[in-house]
Structure formats: structure tokens, C-alpha cells
Write a protein that binds this ligand. Sequence first.
Ligand code: HEC
Ligand code: HEC
Length: 288
Amino acid sequence: MTRRAIFAAVFVAVCAVVGVATLGLNTPRSKPQVSASPLVPPTTWPDYGPSGPGFVAPAGAEGDLVALGYRLVTETYAIIGPDVSQPVMRFAGNSLSCQDCHLNAGTVRSALPLVGVFRKFPWISPDGKREVTLRDRLNECMTHSMDGRPLPDESREMNALVAYVKFIGGPPAEPSQPMPRPALPADAARGAEVYAKVCTTCHRPDGQGARIGSANDGQGYRFPPLWGPDSFNSAAGMNYVSIAAKFVMRNMPRGVDPKHPQLDVQQAWDVAAYLHTQPRPIFPTGRR
Ligand code: HEC
Ligand code: HEC
């Protein structure tokens, strides 16, 4: 084979792999089925991803609340996003969904899982001076990761998120896995090369990702933006190089097996350092 033919063959193979990977992601997220049975929380670690058995909303009023919580995590932009029709419901400042980071509705062990975290709260600081409730923590993701404003403590939406986190709160939380330190200090210039090679097919060269529909239609993203005006803000956990490095190494490119990552430790830190140099909303944004 000539070099050109080899290149063409490799190119076709890569396109096929990306195509299959994105096909899986592009299938519309099916609406949750409603069970006839009452509220029975999962006793083993649930899998709400496209290839798992999926989320089944329990019957009854409490079940409705859990189902709303599930929708808020998976389709945040459609219920409390910046483009929803009722201005009072625009709590999130960007069009991300919680599960852009808490993958598969928080049921992926490697991706900031929400399973089992219910009993971590309230969290008391070691000096006993600070108490963080689950509601406080949820609102931190609202004001930082979602670049928005807090949900009122007694709103139906806040109660729904709490009900969902409680619903999947039974199985033990995933123990936190250490992220190895890189051999060399994380370097954004090397990270830019990793980004160009590994991330642009989905998140695009300009980092703005790809919407499902068009701007301001409230349909969210197929591939979320990693920086820019519609991304998480400067105070978000994902804006810490160590947190982003660990998340990216274990979960990106989307679909990678965390036990056999595609990026090595150095590449993960470098690409995270690159993301950190990119512009994003400064907290507090004063957007509204
Ligand atoms: C841009 C990524 C991102 C988005 C979007 C996001 N989060 Fe988070 N979330 C994180 C990170 C990172 C952490 C952990 C931070 C840390 O380790 O201190 C976290 C932590 C949490 C925790 C505490 C988990 C624990 O183990 O203590 C909860 C609960 C939570 N998020 C819920 C939500 C909800 C609900 C939404 C949507 C309204 C949301 N998050 C959106 C990144 C995100
Ligand atoms: C095959 C497509 C694909 C590739 C390649 C890919 N990602 Fe992602 N990424 C996704 C999808 C899709 C999500 C949202 C999660 C979901 O919807 O399942 C995501 C989410 C993220 C998030 C959290 C959400 C946010 O908005 O910040 C970060 C950070 C991220 N990717 C970084 C990277 C980096 C860095 C690379 C390259 C090393 C990369 N991704 C490569 C598809 C991809």
C-alpha cells in the first residue's frame, strides 16, 4: 500500500469508530418508563446508561418527584435552562445538563457518581464549624457548574433533586480513586496538542461542542462546550486542573474504558491544564 492508501484506510477506520461511538450517543435519550409498582429504590448499583436497563420511575406522588429529579439531571436545560419559556424557571445560566459531568444520570463509577452520596450529607467540616447540607451542595453545582442561581430550598425542583439523590442513595458510594501525579508539571502547550488530536472530533476545535438543535432552542448539547460563555464558570470543580485531569483520563474520549484509558497520566494533566487556560464565565457572573 502507498502511504496515501494507508492514510486513507486509517482515516476510514477512525471515522468508523467515531461514527459508531457517536451513534450510540446520538440516539435520543428515551423518556423514563413509569412502573406500576410503588417506590422501590435500587438496592444494587443502578445503570441508567443507554445500554443498561434504564431508569424506571416509581408510581405515586413520591415517584413523580423522583422522576422529575431524574429529568432535571438528564435534561437540565429543558426544565431550568436559560432558554425555557418561563423566565422565573431559568435557574441554570448555561445549557449543560448535570449528566454532562455526572455521566448516565450519576450512575457511572468513574464519573462523579451520585449513587450512595445521599448519606454523606450533612457534611460537617473537621473543625465542626461548617455544615454543608445536600441542598447546599446541589446549589453549589447550580451556581458554579451550571453558572446559574440557586434553587430555592423548598422549590419543587430542589425537592425533586434531593428525592432522586436519595432514591439512588442506597448502594455504597464509590470510594474516591486517587489520580496519579504527572512526571512533569502539567503543561497547557502540550495539552493543546492532545486536545487537537483527541478531543476536537466531538468538542470541536473551538471547544464550543455541538448543539442538538440550534442556539437558544433549549435542546442542549450532543457534545457539550468545554469553555466559552455557555460553559461551567471559574468557580466550578471542573475548573480545577486535578479534578478535570482525573475526569478526562477516566472518561474521555466518551465511551473509553476507565480501566484501560486512552490518555496516559501526563496527557490527562496536560489537556486539563489547557482547558484551564481557556476563557469561561467568571464567578460571580452577574448575569442576572
Ligand atoms: C461541569 C461539570 C458538572 C456539572 C454540569 C454538574 N456537576 Fe455536580 N459536581 C461536579 C464536580 C467536579 C463535583 C465534585 C467536586 C469536588 O470533588 O469537590 C460535583 C459534585 C456534586 C455533588 C456532590 C457529590 C459528592 O460525592 O459529594 C452533587 C450532589 C452534585 N454535584 C450534583 C449536581 C447536579 C444535580 C447538577 C445539575 C444541576 C450538577 N451536579 C452539575 C461537576 C459538575
Ligand atoms: C466521542 C466524542 C467525545 C470525545 C472524542 C471527547 N469527548 Fe468529552 N464529552 C463527550 C460527551 C458526549 C460529553 C457529555 C457526556 C454525555 O452526554 O454523556 C463529554 C463531556 C466532557 C466533559 C464534561 C462536560 C463539560 O461540558 O465540561 C469534559 C471536561 C470533557 N468531555 C473533556 C474532554 C476532553 C479533554 C477530551 C479529549 C481528551 C474529550 N472530552 C473527548 C464526548 C466526547
